[in-house]
Design a protein around this ligand. Structure first.
Ligand code: HEC
Length: 173
């Protein structure tokens, strides 16, 4: 009996050592670990506006970029890089005719945001955790739920704008 107990203790100890030996990069694998613990950042919809954009072609949408306080401070300081803790959100909506506005401004004059499209995407800066993708984690939520994203493919485009710390959107004054 005592021998079994000793054996069990030994097994538990070995398992503990093995777990501790796993390098930190595998604990927090940027490819698989759910960003924000899989929860959409609370209150993101109330964050200040960075800028808006209009996509044509395949996307056909209107979009807005919002930033948390760290992001807005970094943008306004204008030094072109973002500290850890920065979060930038990208929202998009369909681009639809605006009947009531057309009535006063003339036909086919006005367009507005329709239903949400293409999920809400986030970039979060954590230079240690996401070192392999320029210090940025990438996430997408569809209807408020996390979607599996191929971080490497997000980064493949964003890598082209390294000179601006991998962020395309400029602050609209
Ligand atoms: C095909 C290239 C491409 C891919 C792939 C891509 N992005 Fe982007 N992303 C852009 C461009 C270009 C912009 C700026 C244009 C815009 O959205 O108006 C942008 C903007 C953003 C922004 C706003 C901050 C910024 O850089 O302007 C976020 C957040 C974002 N993308 C997240 C993601 C996430 C998350 C993924 C992966 C699911 C992703 N992106 C994949 C090209 C790409």
């Amino acid at each position: 009996m005592r021998r079994i107990a000793l054996l069990l203790v030994a097994v538990v100890m070995v398992a503990g050592v093995v777990v501790c030996m796993v390098p930190p990069s595998q604990h927090a694998d940027a490819e698989t670990a759910p960003i924000f613990g899989g929860e959409i950042p609370p209150g993101y919809r109330d964050w200040p506006l960075i800028s808006v954009a209009r996509e044509k072609g395949k996307l056909q949408d209107l979009r807005a970029k919002l930033g948390n306080d760290v992001a807005i401070k970094a943008y306004r300081s204008g030094n072109g890089s973002f500290p850890d803790g920065t979060i930038i959100a990208r929202l998009a909506w369909s681009y639809v005719p605006w009947e009531e506005s057309d009535k006063v401004l003339g036909p086919h004059n006005s367009f507005m945001a329709g239903s949400p499209k293409e999920g809400v995407q986030f970039m979060v800066k954590d230079s240690r955790k996401y070192a392999s993708t320029g210090g940025w984690g990438f996430a997408q939520f569809n209807d408020g739920k996390p979607t599996k994203v191929v971080v490497k493919s997000c980064f493949s485009c964003h890598a082209t704008i390294k000179a601006r710390d991998f962020v395309f959107t400029r602050y609209a004054p």
